[in-house]
Design a protein around this ligand. Structure first.
Ligand SMILES: Cc1ncc(COP(=O)(O)O)c(C=O)c1O
Length: 287
């Protein structure tokens, strides 16, 4: 049988540094916890299918969670919800999946809760609700996303040219939103250095812009660098998650190669996309 969990919107949002209880009830994700009739009927539908086995509930309240109270709020809310569903359905729900949200360090400002502290907190809080609401939970699941790989990856760019406007200095690079959509999509922040000038003083605050035909194609709005010139190599840190996996062929730019590096050795794990790759599915005949 295939085990099934149902994603619930617990009304706890932690998409920003501050978690907000009862926020974002209109989220496209999950079924609102108060919609118990719909939830009950979905469980019945799953249980009536002999290939499926309903195991319990799932929630994911956001990413880059820096505040332990957000996890506490999620667990308390899910605990009282599961209790309500046990009372309403007479069933037991052995599994609880708390999603992800374990943060990575993107910039110097980011101070994630150490992963062992997060885990201890989740286990302690789940033990508390298990006892408090008599839930009989048997399985606790998490979905650690970026915290596993984000910091392991960096992206290397070559500086093309620079441009000074009345209020800014742009440093243009040979990539952009096509290899990292996060800054354009939701103003994600990153840190950078010039790898060939690591010992030079950072004398300028610049804006790192990509080569896509969008004003929003900015990789870093403000970062301090030595005076960058054509040919310098720029490294943007913490691109190991949601970088390559969300890369696109925007403006028909080729997706860069992925190289693993360890102990002075390197290995090409994803070859650079070629122009031939980009047009391989184009048909030649014109009607
Ligand atoms: C359902 C679900 N679980 C886990 C994750 C992982 O999130 P993060 O990488 O922010 O920890 C995501 C990310 O979007 C998600 O949608």
């Amino acid at each position: 049988k295939i085990n099934v969990l149902l994603r619930i919107n617990p009304g706890v949002e932690a998409h920003t540094h501050q978690f907000i209880v009862t926020a974002h009830v209109d989220s496209k994700f999950g079924i609102l916890k108060s919609d118990t009739e719909t939830i009950r009927s979905i469980i019945d539908t799953i249980e009536s299918n002999e290939a499926l086995s309903f195991q319990g509930f799932h929630a994911h309240i956001g990413s880059q969670i820096f505040d332990k109270n957000a996890f506490r709020a999620e667990i308390e809310t899910m605990g009282s919800f599961i209790k309500e569903m046990i009372d309403k359905t007479g069933r037991s729900f052995p599994a609880l999946d708390l999603g992800g949200g374990f943060a990575a360090v993107y910039t110097k400002e980011d101070a994630p809760i150490p992963i062992d502290e997060v885990c201890a907190l989740l286990i302690d809080q789940c033990s508390l609700i298990n006892e408090k609401y008599d839930l009989h939970l048997k399985r606790l699941m998490i979905e650690p996303g970026r915290s596993i790989v984000a910091e392991a990856g960096s992206t290397l760019y070559t500086v093309g040219f620079t441009k000074i406007t009345p209020h800014k200095k742009y440093v243009f690079v040979d990539g952009g939103m096509s290899d990292n959509i996060r800054p354009a999509l939701y103003q994600a922040a990153y840190d950078a250095d010039l790898t060939n000038r690591m010992n030079d003083k950072k004398t300028e605050t610049v804006c790192i812009a990509g080569k896509c035909c969008e004003s929003g194609d900015v990789l870093i709005e403000k970062t301090d660098l030595p005076c960058a010139v054509t040919g310098d190599q720029l490294i943007v840190y913490t691109t190991g998650a949601y970088g390559y996996s969300m890369a696109s062929r925007y403006n028909m730019l080729c997706v860069p190669a992925v190289v693993f590096v360890k102990n002075g050795r390197s290995s090409l794990v994803v070859r650079r996309q070629s122009f031939e790759d980009l047009i391989e599915r184009d048909e030649g005949d014109i009607l």
